[in-house]
Ligand binder design. Sequence first.
Ligand code: TYD
Length: 242
Amino acid sequence: MAAPGRFITFEGGEGAGKTTQVKRLGERLRVLGHDVLETREPGGSPGAEAMRHLLLAGIAKPLGSDAEAMLFAAAREDHVTSVIRPALAGGAWVICDRFLDSTRVYQGVLGGVDERLVRALERVTVGTTVPDLTFVLDVPPEVGLARAGKRGQGTDRFESEDLAYHERLRQAFRHIAENEPNRCILIDGTINADVLAVRIWMAVADRLLRKRAPAAAAAPAAKPIAAPTPAPAPDPTGTVAG
Ligand code: TYD
């Protein structure tokens, strides 16, 4: 049986540069011979893509925020079950443009959906398929919205909210990243896309490729939490295993 794959998600406000970085990371992993699936939410499977249209066109908005959250959850359930889990089971690296943190932020913090409902939906749809690593791309709303406008895709249901809304989004994503440092990395999304891609790659290599090496060969953690026991010497070449 193939070794289980790795699951990486990208999160952030509008125009944070996620889509570009998903592609860049996918290309890099493929060059190394990994099997890679790039996907997105809402969407990523035929059923979820049909629901994406309803969600982004604002058709679900009049139903209320709880119903809208349930529709996002229905889309995620189909995507996770029919696409993400099978790919991970087959040993692929799955890179997803938005995932559970977007629901926590857009529907939970900003949409006012009770956190208990958000968590319950997450248990049903995500279960144990939690990302191994999440990049939260941080950009000021003025920058992100200008970029989103530049893409010429018009304003969707969420892009059309005001600047204060987008600033709250940003803070909510930052809050998640600060609270879950083992899973999340907050990264400045205003820097040059090439430099950003390198930083992302270094983090992936450090957190996920090294972890695949046998424990004895792994470099010591950057921030030891327990009292130090004699640790193996760090690899002087800085070579990434995997
Ligand atoms: P998209 O065009 O993919 O935007 P972006 O380029 O900003 O990722 O639109 C996705 C929109 O859906 C985005 O505004 C965030 C929203 N969304 C939610 O509200 N909840 C969710 O769970 C997800 C996955 C997305």
